[in-house]
Design a protein around this ligand. Sequence first.
Ligand code: B12
Length: 455
Amino acid sequence: MKILFVITNIDGLHEVPYSFGLSSIAAYAESKGHESKTVGIVTNEDWDDFRMEVHSFAPQVVGFTSVSSQFNAVCKAAEMVKSINENIVTVCGGVHITLNPGAIMATNRIDYMFMGESEVAFGDFIDALEKGNDIHQINNLIYRGGDAYKNNALNPLITNLDELPFPKKDHFFKRFIVQNGHAPFFFSRGCPFSCSYCSNKSLAKVYGLKANTPRYRSVENALQEIKEARKQHDFQKIWFLDDTFGLDKTWRDEFCEEYKREIGLPFICLLRVNIVNEKFIRELKGAGCYRIQFGIESGNEYIRNEVMKRNISTEQITRAFDLCRKYGLETASLNLIGLPGETEEMIWDTIKINRRIKPTSSYANIFFPYRGTPLGDWCFENNWVDEKRFKMPTKERRETVLNFPEDHMQKLQYFQEKWEVLVDPYNVMKRGKNMLRKYPSVFNRAKKVYRMFKN
Ligand code: B12
């Protein structure tokens, strides 16, 4: 079968549309002998390219992935596919579908959807389609039936991730490296914490689990993936995008030891402040880590722990950043503003804590309510969401979709755009960078030149 995979990234925060999930589905389909190609829709011109690709590649199946803010774009793309050839089977998976299986009722241009981890289910689906067998009994499948939808039982979560082929490393992997200066890897699935705005707790619930405890590729398999990628692509740095890197101590000890010996490239990873200690930081530094990204989210205890359910103390935040400084590690602090109930003063608490911990870089995103998460659902149920703005193509995380008064919305915009300068007002470099951001094409070119000299 010929399958065209599609990732939309309209007004995305990250320029390169990359998806580990979709790359994994593509690799699995190819391991079963099917042919696949992946395209991205990011700019206006991409719509025309997409139309041409549907004509020239002539797929039997088009498979979309979707986060919540991209679902409208996915529906539009599916409409385009069906207008070219009504017989092409359109399907969609991804976190938005897993947490909102009813999304299938929003459009009749997507024939089937997949809920949850779907490599095996999608493999069964295309095999069945090819053989002309009935597909309606396939696990994870969501389909319409009259006025309602049906979602089949889920395959159990894959416990041994080594059984899966490595996610496909195509031109998107390459573009990610060029754009970000780092090759992206992802070795675990799941994060056990219960932050109210994040999908992990809800993803666990879908599987009847209390927590989304991470499952790992074995260290040997993970290193093998990096080695194979290095044979095809040129990269000098790595970005481990796992929700929380190396949460499992046994895995982490072994990984750091072997990575240092067999790979040795400098890397970035994401961590939570409450799980780091001196040994952990020393171990990461020894393995080649040069930067850690931490979700601080809010400097205000009420917002951080009552609203966001982070369960993190101010002391844990300052201690983690002090430790990184002690070991010469760069830090990035990731913050979230624009939560329901948050005042301007509370946002200043976040700026103040950032001033205290002195991260190498600090970023602020504006809260976006994801349906299916505790805080997202709460916002919808309590009329906090401006449905009109929510349905428009959004600049997710850079514009609020909550029903705030106009002046608060503008303040959020101001804080978001000026964040680095507010956190570090006397830093001339950051002021310059902030000014350049107003001209994205110049900014991106400058970023590339800077990276060329830095490497
Ligand atoms: C790594 C990561 C990134 C990376 C890589 C993106 C990626 N999707 O791989 C980067 C940094 C680029 C990124 C970007 C963004 N991210 Co992100 N990201 C994650 C993270 C931490 C892991 C995702 C992952 O790889 N999971 C493992 C894979 C295997 O699972 P999966 O993607 O769900 O895929 C499986 C199934 O969903 C299904 N499936 C998926 N696609 C398809 C397609 C078909 C055809 C089929 C059949 C099945 C199928 O099968 C897959 C394999 O089992 C998650 C948190 C999480 N734990 O999910 C957030 C998460 C997905 N991100 C999120 C968001 C919001 C974004 C951005 C919108 C941010 C922004 N404003 O720009 C962009 C979206 C980019 C885009 N256009 O899709 C949210 C989405 C919430 C929501 N309900 O929409 C999450 C859930 C975090 C959260 N806050 O809860 N992200």
